[in-house]
Design a protein around this ligand. Sequence first.
Ligand SMILES: Nc1nc2c(ncn2[C@@H]2O[C@H](COP(=O)(O)OP(=O)(O)O)[C@@H](O)[C@H]2O)c(=O)[nH]1
Ligand SMILES: [Mg+2]
Length: 307
Amino acid sequence: MLPEIGSLAERGQTPRITVVIPALNEERNLIEVLPRIPHMVDEVILVDGGSTDRTVETARALMPSIRIVNQVGRGKGAALRTGFGAATGDIIVMLDADGSTNPGEIPAFVGALLSGADFAKGSRFLQGSGTADMTFHRKLGNGAFVQLVRVLFGGRYSDLCYGYNAFWTDVLPVLALDGDGLEIETMMNVRALRAGLKDAEVPSYESRRGYGIGHLRAFPDGLRVLRTIFAELRRPSPAAPGQRRLADQVLQWPERPTSNAPLPHAIAETAMIPIPVESETIAMPIDIDRSMVSEQQFARSGDDRLD
Ligand SMILES: Nc1nc2c(ncn2[C@@H]2O[C@H](COP(=O)(O)OP(=O)(O)O)[C@@H](O)[C@H]2O)c(=O)[nH]1
Ligand SMILES: [Mg+2]
């Protein structure tokens, strides 16, 4: 299990996390979003697209520490780019304001990044994920785009037009985002793939939006997505930053007792065995290989025997 992120942050040992939320007239939905953002998040930025309802006032009332930023340009893509520019965190998590993306999943996205990924991409089509917000036609269109991206650029993405992503802030120059509309999500995903970023798909459940009507218009937005995918063919492939092993550097995993032992999460059988160290005896967890250790030896370790 990862150490408690908050306490590490206080000691300056862990990355700061910024959540960026584009919002256009989401006054009634924010109650489902802001109070559910976990404490591990250091900064929340709501990018307002000129809402004519009480989105901004409601956000401030629900979360006094929230940063409200007015978007530059028009569309969700422009809003996200404004928010990314304003973010001060080492990690950025994108969240929708309509209640469809669950803030409770933020630790899963951040966990993927802390485990070494450059880009953690939500997917509604992995085991353990799902969606209640897509019509049959949207599923069909998204599925066709997923296949197209696989054919043109490779990779094994299971989802494409989904806006729940998280990434290290320093990959932004590699993504070089320049989209204004809802195609921004496809652009990020395809560019992350082409740049060879270490990309992890995170199973995510997309709920139905709370109140109001979504801004996506299936045909024109589908066309923008298609144009975005083909435009990538004419773009030189961006260079990926060096491989990141932040889990090792930042979280200071304890030294392993043996050099070729499996990683902690892969240990199937562990027992507390007393190990003499000079004059004192300490108990420490070690890996057990049943073929090498007899039942008598387990019996000698008392309460900690297996079975
Ligand atoms: N600031 C801003 N937010 C937007 C804009 N368009 C959509 N959003 C927000 O982006 C998120 C996703 O939009 P939504 O309409 O739910 O799209 P859908 O889920 O693809 O149907 C929501 O939080 C919207 O309020 C925009 O032009 N400006
Ligand atoms: Mg939505």
